[in-house]
Design a protein around this ligand. Structure first.
Ligand code: FAD
Length: 265
């Protein structure tokens, strides 16, 4: 058996290794449970790839892979695509041209104290938080994709991705309920950043003390005062969030400047 060595990391930073490992898992493991994509699933995957190609602040070969995948999906006249064709593109055609996505899972800020904890689901949250922040920082990024001008676009893509592909079905159901309740009220790219932050905290709250909780990473209302003191206020003895500060914090935490490349190859 493989001995996993604990990797030291800084919880105030974002690690590219987590984001790339998440993308690797999404494309090569989660998607692989679908033998072919068609209809709403195909549309969802296409939009996911488009939004990721335009907004993911990744390394050049990975962004290139997403762009090539997007162009290929858009140009295909088929309304049904076998998963093998997608995998072939991700693995083979890409390698030839030096466009690649690392094949290893290397969790850093998402490593768990046991292999079944954290990992992919942690990286998926981070991935989508990053996309909502990038959309707010670069509002013109989606021009000419057919997805521009919609402040909810990243949230809608996430909602559909979770609904059609996320392996945890109970999670998908919970997320869908929250989306149905209030996603409509999001009217700006900044509000989209805050919506996802708030809903993630609702999930954290629900899961605190649950069996799925990693004892080394207790579920907390995030960001905690140690990483963002200005986010927290006390009004008449009651805790409240300073949402302007939270937004500012999220925009810096999930920015490309906060990404570390340690543990990537
Ligand atoms: P995670 O909650 O995965 O968070 C990852 C990282 O994001 C944290 O380490 C922190 O750096 C940052 N973060 C934390 N909170 C916030 C926030 N509010 N805003 C921005 N960044 C934040 N599991 C279940 O058992 N039941 C469910 O119903 C369920 N629903 C889910 C729904 C979705 C859409 C997703 C993606 C996952 C869901 N999960 C659910 C999995 C669960 O939320 C965690 O991902 C998993 O338990 C691993 O937790 P974690 O400690 O790595 O932290």
């Amino acid at each position: 058996t493989e001995i996993k060595v604990w990797k030291e990391f800084d919880k105030s930073r974002l690690y590219m290794a987590d984001l790339e490992s998440g993308l690797h898992f999404l494309l090569r493991v989660e998607l692989a449970t679908h033998r072919a994509l068609e209809g709403a699933e195909l549309k969802t995957f296409k939009d996911f790839v488009t939004v990721s190609a335009k907004l993911f602040p990744g390394r050049q070969p990975v962004v290139k892979l997403l762009e090539t995948l997007q162009e290929w999906l858009v140009s295909l006249p088929l309304d049904k695509i076998p998963y093998d064709a997608i995998l072939d593109l991700v693995n083979n055609k890409m390698r030839i041209s030096g466009i690649f996505l690392p094949r290893k899972v290397q969790w850093v800020g998402c490593q768990g104290s046991r292999p079944e904890l954290r990992g992919y689901s942690c990286s998926l949250w981070k991935f989508f938080h990053t996309l909502t922040v990038q959309a707010a920082l670069k509002p013109k990024a989606l021009i000419n994709t057919g997805l521009e001008g919609n402040p909810q676009i990243v949230l809608q893509v996430m909602r559909k991705y979770i609904q059609h592909f996320f392996g945890c079905k109970a999670c998908a159901q919970h997320f869908e309920e929250m989306a149905r309740e209030s996603m409509d009220s999001v009217k700006s790219l900044d509000q989209a950043v805050l919506w996802l932050w708030e809903k993630h905290n609702v999930v954290n709250n629900r899961l605190a003390g649950d069996l799925t909780e990693d004892p080394k990473f207790p579920k907390v209302q995030w960001p905690t005062p140690d990483i963002c003191p200005a986010c927290h206020e006390e009004i008449k003895g009651l805790h409240s969030w300073n949402e302007d500060q939270v937004l500012q914090f999220l925009k810096s935490h999930y920015s490309s400047e906060n990404i570390l490349y340690k543990y990537t190859e």
